[in-house]
Design a protein around this ligand. Structure first.
Ligand SMILES: C[S@@+](CC[C@H](N)C(=O)[O-])C[C@H]1O[C@@H](n2cnc3c(N)ncnc32)[C@H](O)[C@@H]1O
Length: 259
């Protein structure tokens, strides 16, 4: 079952989350920096990116700015959020660089062909999923990525060390209290605290090492944590299909001695 967590106040006023997460821009900008670096010397005419969790379009804008060859299909299951994104991204929508889809992420993934995207990129979304749903999503992402395709996720990844995790969670809960009391919004402190405690439930929590192990199991290689600040991290991984590479080698090595 997919639980919608952004159909209330925190969805309507998502921009106020930035106030309580001082490193928000740094994390999101890292997504753009990675795309820029990875594609700087590549000759692709277009770079097809799939994003899940458009929200108001912050991550989408960063992906679009990172390289002008990026074309983004961005999926969100809340029309409240897609409507906000339509405003920020209007020019890119007109220029056909962005297509917004209001649909459940997993449902959308299942309809995509194998090896059809160069990049999967996302911000602050996958941690919202129940573990079993998230695992299905990760498997589908691997399937729809092209060989050498990349996965980038700027998100909440719980630290494996329990006391460090609790420390970072308490830091964030305190941020909600401090920042929202300054603007006289105790209602937001309440909503965001509830949201963070739900994300911390055993069937939801997205832990750093569990995520690495699961991605390895699915087949991802070169898994790296590019940045870590408090509860958040930017994950990078590549789809390298060794099977494909072996076939290429078999077809090209015609050594005279073995012929
Ligand atoms: C916290 S916002 C992130 C927005 C933006 N990427 C950012 O980093 O600022 C997460 C978004 O994911 C969407 N979302 C949550 N579950 C989803 C699902 N199962 N399928 C598609 N979108 C989903 C929510 O509606 C919400 O807009």
């Amino acid at each position: 079952m997919v639980i919608k967590k952004f159909d209330g106040k925190i969805g309507e006023e998502y921009e106020l989350f930035k106030l309580s997460c001082p490193h928000f821009d740094k994390l999101e900008n890292t997504v753009g920096k990675i795309i820029k670096k990875e594609y700087k010397n590549k000759k692709n005419k277009t770079i097809n990116v799939l994003e899940i969790g458009t929200g108001p379009g912050y991550t989408t804008l960063i992906i679009l700015d990172s390289d002008n060859r990026t074309n983004v299909v961005s999926v969100d299951n809340e029309s409240l959020m897609t409507k906000q994104a339509e405003k920020i991204l209007s020019t890119f929508i007109i220029n056909n660089r962005v297509k917004l889809v209001t649909e459940d992420g997993l449902k959308f993934l299942k309809k995509q062909s194998n090896e059809s995207f160069d990049i999967f990129a996302s911000g602050f979304t996958l941690h919202n999923f129940n573990k079993s749903y998230r695992e299905k999503v990760i498997k589908e992402i691997y399937r729809i990525l092209k060989p050498k395709g990349i996965f980038i996720n700027a998100d909440k990844y719980a630290l494996d060390n329990k006391s460090e995790h609790i420390k970072s969670l308490n830091y964030q809960l305190q941020q909600f209290k401090d920042q929202y009391s300054k603007i006289n919004r105790p209602d937001l402190t309440k909503e965001w605290t509830k949201h963070y405690l739900e994300d911390n439930e055993p069937e939801v929590i997205m832990k750093e090492n569990d995520s690495i192990q699961f991605m390895k199991k699915v087949g991802f290689k070169d898994i790296k944590i590019v940045l870590r600040i408090q509860m958040e991290a930017v994950f990078f991984a590549k789809k390298i299909e060794y099977k494909t590479l072996t076939v290429e080698l078999k077809n090209t090595t015609k050594h005279p001695i073995t012929q």
